[in-house]
Every structure is written in structure tokens, then in C-alpha cells.
Design a protein around this ligand. Structure first.
Ligand code: UD1
Ligand code: UDP
Length: 364
């Protein structure tokens, strides 16, 4: 069985790392890896391939840096050409980026079955590009690998038949378990930055709804700078946010925060697990906070990972006023939640590969 996996953005490298390894250690399975090029800086892409031992992509389309339509359109055309050459049995797509939608759409139109990892997530906020990408991908795909019960319920409510849905758990949890000891052994980020465990806050900001709104960006960085007067705030800066801060003359304001370049996954794990609190608008980082039992404040009006709020680990802080964000951050240091098995048993990748192998053969 030949599987063609499509990746392109940072969180997809982390997800694909565990699935690719499992695919390649399963007899009778071969994988072709396609990188769209959506993320292209060395610290947003290559570092993950090197550290996590992800195989070198068979194809790198070099398509990134454009608008949604430019990226998606160019990817669609280029992925289709690869599919005609490779003739895979399945296309595997991850998450909710423009690369996900392009991979799913290119394949389904020429009758190559599509499997979607991290299916069924919903924010119910249709202004998010990710929400559009997820809904369209889920409804184009043949097999939907849901990470949570909530995701399964979302798919059922939208009329997706049960035989297309598989609850497998979350591949990011697999990754957190698999790379935990490697991070301890190889990362010296705390020493490099002079940080003591539980004496700093880790923050990340990149969501379009925050970076593209000067008011929200200002509220977030004002609050973080105020917090930083009493506790260091370390923030690996996404290139999108770097550009937005500069474009909105907020660069000076942000200097209260300890801005660093994006870090590799192993350094990120160490920064996460030793933080007193994580403040983020990232989907993956919200879950990783929970995996490492660190409280989290999410800089959004809603989250797809509702079970984290229910379990008490995550609190939403809509970034409309810096006072509100500041208050939520201060209240959250030292908070904890319920220790529940929310994301499976760490064997999501094995379940995904087993289900792909047992799927009916592709009709001619
Ligand atoms: C994308 C995903 C988002 C995901 C995020 C993970 C979409 C619509 N969004 O958002 O769901 O949470 O990745 O990080 O697919 N840039 C660089 N260097 C890079 C990558 C990006 O400079 O290596 C800059 C470019 O100016 C680019 C901008 O960041 O135009 C945005 O990149 P893009 O991939 O379009 O979206 P993200 O905001 O990264
Ligand atoms: N991450 C990383 N270095 C960073 C920031 C994030 O390795 O500087 C990892 C993080 O641990 C998680 C993934 O990237 O595994 C999440 O990606 P991101 O926040 O960009 O996207 P999202 O999950 O919001 O789609």
C-alpha cells in the first residue's frame, strides 16, 4: 500500500513525525512525503525534520508566503501533478492549514481516497481560515481520524456516516510521549536562556485573528509586558507576528517580553514543561500544556479543545482588553485541573496505520 502524506506547516511536521515513523516500520506500506513549502524558514521547517528524524520529503513544492488563494491554488495544481505520477492508494492530510485543504481537494477530485488526521475539530467561528479548511477537508475525506469524543460528535452532527469516522486519539500526545526523554537529554534551552523551572511564563501568538487586528495585538502585548514586570515572559516569535508587530509600530511595546526566535520541538517541550503558565493562541500548544500538566490561558474567544476548559486546565482570555488578559494570567498561575485521559493512550499513530491497512481496496 502506497500512502502519500502532505505536510507544509510547523504543527504538521510534529504530527507527521509519529505517523511517518509508524508507516515506515509497517511491512507492506510505503510512504511518499510531500512538503508544500508553506513554512520555509529553517526554524519553522528544517529543524523539525532534523530533530524528529522525519524522512527527507520526496517532493518540496516551495509554495509559501502568498495569500490563501495563491497558496492553495498553486498547491492544488502541483499536488495533482504529483498524484498523477505517484498513483498512491491513500493521501494523508493533517490538521487545518491551507496545505491540508489543497492536499484533500487535489486527491478527492481525481478519486484518490483521502484520510484526515485530526478530523472533526470545530471552533464554530467561520472567520477563521482554519475552520473553513477543516470543514471542507472533513467533508471531502473518505476516512476521518478523530482525536476526541467531541470531534466524533461534531462529525456525526454534520451527517458524516459512522463508517468513515475512527476515534484514534491525538497524534500530538503520541509525539509528547515519544520525544519526552529525548528533549530532556538534548535540550539545554533553560540554561541558555537562564530560566529556572516554574519561574517564567511561556507565551506564543500567531493566530490571524490576533496578528491581523492591531487592537488585539496591542492588548496582548500590553498585558504580557505588564506581567513581565513581575515574572519573565518568554515568547518564541512566529514570523507572522514579527511582521505584524513591526507593521503596527508595536515593536517597542513588545520589548517588555523576552522575544526569541522560533525554537525546535525539543526546546519547546522543555520550555513548556517547566513553565509556571502557558499563554497562547496555538491549538497544539494548548494541548501540550495539558500533556505537561501546566495551566494555560488561551488568547481567543473560543477553542476547539473544549475538554481542556472543562477539565480546568485551560481558561479563555478573549484579547479585547489588556486589563482582562492581565487579570486572567495572574489568576491562572498555580491553577491545575483534573487528570483525565482526554487524548487517547499514546498509540494514535498505530491505530491510524492499522485502520488504513484494513480499509477496503480502492475501486477502479
Ligand atoms: C499557518 C496555518 C495555521 C497554523 C500555523 C502554524 C493556514 C491558513 N494557517 O498559519 O492554521 O496554526 O500555520 O504555525 O494555513 N512566514 C515566514 N516564514 C515561514 C512561514 C511563514 O516568514 O517559514 C510568514 C510569511 O509572511 C507568511 C506568513 O508568515 O505569509 C503567514 O504564513 P502562513 O503559512 O500563510 O500562515 P500562518 O500564520 O503561519
Ligand atoms: N512549536 C515549536 N517551536 C515554537 C513554537 C511551537 O516547536 O517556537 C511547536 C509546538 O510545540 C507544537 C507546534 O509547534 O508542537 C504547534 O504549532 P503552532 O503553534 O505553530 O500551530 P497550531 O498548533 O496553532 O496550528
Amino acid at each position: 500500500m502506497k500512502i502519500l502524506s502532505v505536510v507544509g506547516a510547523r504543527p504538521q511536521f510534529v504530527k507527521a513525525a509519529v505517523v511517518s515513523r509508524t508507516l515506515r516500520s509497517t511491512s507492506g506500506v510505503s510512504e511518499v512525503l510531500l512538503h508544500t513549502g508553506q513554512h520555509y524558514d529553517a526554524n519553522m521547517s528544517q529543524v523539525f525534520f532534523d530533530e524528529l528524524h522525519i524522512p527527507r520529503p520526496d517532493y518540496n513544492l516551495g509554495i509559501g508566503g502568498g495569500s490563501h488563494a495563491q497558496n492553495t491554488g498553486r498547491m492544488l495544481e502541483a499536488i495533482e501533478a504529483v498524484l498523477f505520477d505517484e498513483k498512491p492508494d491513500w493521501v494523508l492530510v493533517y490538521g487545518d492549514t491551507d496545505s491540508t485543504l489543497a492536499g484533500a481537494l487535489a486527491a478527492v477530485k481525481i478519486h484518490v481516497p483521502v484520510a484526515h488526521v485530526e478530523a472533526g475539530l470545530r471552533s464554530f467561528n467561520r472567520r477563521m481560515p482554519e475552520e473553513i479548511n477543516r470543514v471542507l477537508t472533513d467533508h471531502a475525506a473518505d476516512l476521518l481520524f478523530a482525536p476526541t469524543e467531541t470531534a466524533v460528535a461534531n462529525l456525526r452532527r454534520e451527517g458524516v456516516p459512522d463508517e468513515r469516522i475512527a476515534l484514534v486519539g491525538d497524534v500530538m500526545y503520541d509525539a509528547a510521549l515519544f520525544y519526552a526523554s529525548m528533549a530532556e537529554e538534548r535540550s539545554s534551552i533553560l540554561e541558555t536562556l537562564g530560566l529556572n523551572p516554574r519561574e517564567y511564563i511561556l507565551a506564543t501568538v500567531h493566530r490571524a485573528e490576533n496578528t491581523d487586528s492591531p487592537a488585539r495585538l496591542k492588548a496582548i502585548f500590553t498585558a504580557l509586558s505588564q506581567v513581565a514586570e513581575t515574572m519573565p515572559v518568554v515568547l518564541p516569535l512566529h514570523p507572522r507576528t514579527r511582521k505584524a508587530l513591526a507593521a503596527n509600530n508595536l515593536w517597542e511595546l513588545a520589548q517588555g517580553v523576552r522575544l526569541i526566535d522560533p525554537v525546535g520541538y525539543l526546546d519547546m517541550v522543555m520550555l513548556e514543561k517547566n513553565a509556571a503558565l502557558i499563554v497562547t493562541d496555538s491549538g497544539g500548544v494548548q494541548k501540550e500544556a495539558f500533556f505537561h500538566q501546566v495551566p494555560c490561558v488561551t488568547l481567543r474567544t473560543e477553542t476547539e479543545w473544549v475538554e481542556l476548559v472543562g477539565a480546568g486546565w485551560n481558561v479563555l482570555a478573549p484579547p479585547f482588553s489588556h486589563e482582562e488578559v492581565y487579570k486572567k494570567i495572574l489568576e491562572s498561575v498555580g491553577r491545575s485541573g483534573l487528570d483525565l485521559p482526554l487524548y487517547g493512550d499514546g498509540r494514535a499513530a498505530q491505530k491510524i496505520v492499522a485502520r488504513l491497512l484494513s480499509a477496503p481496496a480502492r475501486p477502479d
